[in-house]
Design a protein around this ligand. Sequence first.
Ligand SMILES: Cc1cc2nc3c(=O)[nH]c(=O)nc-3n(C[C@H](O)[C@H](O)[C@H](O)COP(=O)(O)OP(=O)(O)OC[C@H]3O[C@@H](n4cnc5c(N)ncnc54)[C@H](O)[C@@H]3O)c2cc1C
Length: 661
Amino acid sequence: MSESDADKTFRTKSLVDRRDFVNGVAMTIGASLFPFRELLGQESSPDSSAQEYFLSKGITPQDPRYYPPALTGMRGSHPGSFEAAHGLRDGKASHDVIDTEEDYDMVVVGGGISGLASAHFYRSSVGPQAKILILDNHDDFGGHAKRNEFQAGNRLLLGYGGTQSIEAPGHYSKESIGLLKELGIDTQRFYKYYDQKLFPSMHLKSATFFDRETFGQDLLWPNVIVGYDETYSGGKTLTPEALAQMPITEVARKDILRLQTESIDYFPNLDPSQTRAKLTKTSYKDFLLQFAKVHPDVVKVFQSSTHDLYCVGIDAVSAQACRGMGYPGFKGVKATPRRRSESQDGEEPYIFHFPDGNASIARLLVRSLIPDSAPGHTMEDIVTAKMNYARLDDPRNPVRIRLNSTAVAAKHIGDPSTAKEVEITYVTAGKARKVRASHIVLACYNCVVPYLCPEMPEAQKEALAYAVKQPLVYTNVQIRNWTAFQKLGVSYIYAPGGYFCSTTLDFPVSIGEYKFPSSPEEPCILHLVRTPCSPGLPCKDQFKAGRYELLTTPFETFERKIRDQLGRMLAAGGFDPARDIQAITVNRWPHGYAYEYNSLFEPQDRPASERPCVLGRKPFGRMTIANSDSDGHAYTNTAIDQAYRAVQEVVSIKEGVAKSA
Ligand SMILES: Cc1cc2nc3c(=O)[nH]c(=O)nc-3n(C[C@H](O)[C@H](O)[C@H](O)COP(=O)(O)OP(=O)(O)OC[C@H]3O[C@@H](n4cnc5c(N)ncnc54)[C@H](O)[C@@H]3O)c2cc1C
């Protein structure tokens, strides 16, 4: 790999710093370009799972030092987590299977929020004696609800590696909100814990970074069209003075003004419902170019503004969806009003955030399922509680969580319609083992299920295979201090041409003993988002290409891109990547958000009850299906609601069996 001038500068400076640290003794640099772990004493595993990393240091899972959340480097779908499943996909069967002779009431495949919630609901229904085994292929539980820990001296800093916040809890079902309450989560308390005034009191705002490769110059422009205080969805418009600074052609600037102010009906021959249908089937990009007839530079500005939410750009998001989010151009368009469910009315603030995101929900679930797995008993003390991973798979407990274990087969013992048991085979450390259970909840990914259960009816397998999860990367970067942000007056940066589409200061949340570093002189976590898209392709093809990209991009590339982008965006604030970056955790999610039905690419007249996710989630013998995929919505409450449904189905199957006996 060739080394750029920027790399050379970073590398030289890092080595100088490091020599200072190690007293002039030269050491070998590992897979990372920059030696964070030796500098700061952090554990880093860019190329391995926690299991391999800790075992290589002689630390077994029974050792309290075995602690996956403390690892930096490549996390999310880390090396070692997906190979067994890909082997299954590629037809590599496990021949020698060790029989563990373990028997459970229920086995759950997938230790994300849906799998953990399934165990919770089942236990609530059957009683605390229920024997449950949860299998997960990752070295940590929680699935997308992933905790990232950092150490700044003696200070613990927390980041969220996936699932960010409890979004709009007022809209949660009674089962979802009920589960949060049972775990001790009182969402009202976030009004106290989330300091909504901190950034405004420091005059920190959102900005846009225009990069020289896309826009001809590097420029941090002190306005934003999307982000946390979005211009358009916030009901504001850009002034001509602000637009004059935007590095795009004069025609494009005028076009943006025109989109904001003019009331043109671009569909005069269509009635409001036809217009709505048209917008539903037209991408925002096409709307801009073909109907509003803007200069292509306008598209460049908006292109990645939908990445955070849709994992694709405006070429693959409908004009109707963009209209719903307040994008400009629709003032004169007479389309049927947005449905109530799409309305922003009464929207709750986006503040329901634990410092490790919804990983706190996963940790609360585990603490409630497995006694002594973590100290404490409140939503506050879970934030700093250290989990004891040695307790997770303890044969003395009725609920066990077995990590680093990929399920590769689930089959009924006998005819699925009459079988009394299911056999599940999983691979751990290269060895296949099997357990038996009365029931199985598949809380993994829909796309895995057809490989796990070839005995399922073909139509159901086809429906399950329909979903293509949306890939994305959540990166957490520990920085020495955040004075550059203070100097520049920014807390959020949208980068339409950047490798990372957004960069934001961590949410200002202090809860329990955890205190947000509210002084800019303190070390802090930055959060960077990348969604690897291939504009122009249908969205599922973009997701597949993105997944491939993520799995073939080494940590070193992410690291280089992070240093380059942060260095350029924050240069005027005095940020020096070599000096100021202290640790990096890249959470790559090749299978990220659940596939959501994108109106541009889905039939419009298909009833909701015939969506593939609904057809695919039917119970099969003693197997039921949970996971957010099974409702086609990438939300925590969906994962919980689907767990509840799947467990209700298990209960019905049990009752049916009992009646017929
Ligand atoms: C980056 C990101 C950010 C998000 N932010 C938010 C947010 O702010 N708010 C919100 O409400 N929702 C958010 N979501 C969506 C939310 O995270 C999910 O809907 C929810 O956490 C999914 O939980 P789950 O248990 O259904 O799936 P997952 O979390 O994916 O858990 C499923 C688990 O099953 C495992 N698995 C798969 N196959 C196998 C196998 N063969 N054997 C064993 N295990 C297997 C998977 O690896 C995974 O660990 C976000 C999602 C992502 C990816």
